[in-house]
Design a protein around this ligand. Sequence first.
Ligand code: CA
Length: 218
Amino acid sequence: MRLLLVEDDPMIGEALLDLLRSERYAVDWVRDGAMADTALRSERYDLALLDLGLPRRDGLEVLRALRARGDRLPVLVATARDAVADRVAGLDAGADDYVVKPYDTDELLARIRALIRRGEGQAGPVFSHRGVTLNPATHEAAQDGRPVVLSAREWAVLEPMIARPGVVFSRTQLEEKLFGWKDDVSSNAVEVYIHGVRKKLGAELVQTVRGLGYLVPR
Ligand code: CA
């Protein structure tokens, strides 16, 4: 899953980047509202973690512009501890949820998982389809109840397809789930990880749609 992190404080930003990457998210980090706006207009994300107090363009403005475009991206706003007015303003501007700074990292991660789940139309805490279950909270995968060890990148390409069976994902879309902007993606990376997934979970789970990409059948 790919996240946009919008945070102008370099120390908090670094810490969040490390935390989110260690949780296997592909993360792009921008440090002001104008960059956030550009990123949200040009890239596809599964969630944005949005600080409200930002240079160049206020977080609320960025959020209002996003919703005015009809974009339904899950957005988690970050507010200061006693700023009830900020929380209300954030929710009213179209945020889906908020977290209070300083972050409790377990709570932050749980809220991120919940919003991504909701964004995928999934009610329960695990993604489950065709006997394969993926638990984003524990990173445990299983097939027919039997544990399967997936690498972080195999997980990253499989998770969106298990979350949305029947939807075709292009190679580019899956590459976006793998890495942030600063990472290099070798041209056959997606094929390599799909190959790994098929070896572990069976050749039929992920199907190739010629010229379009890949899907997990309904
Ligand atoms: Ca700030």
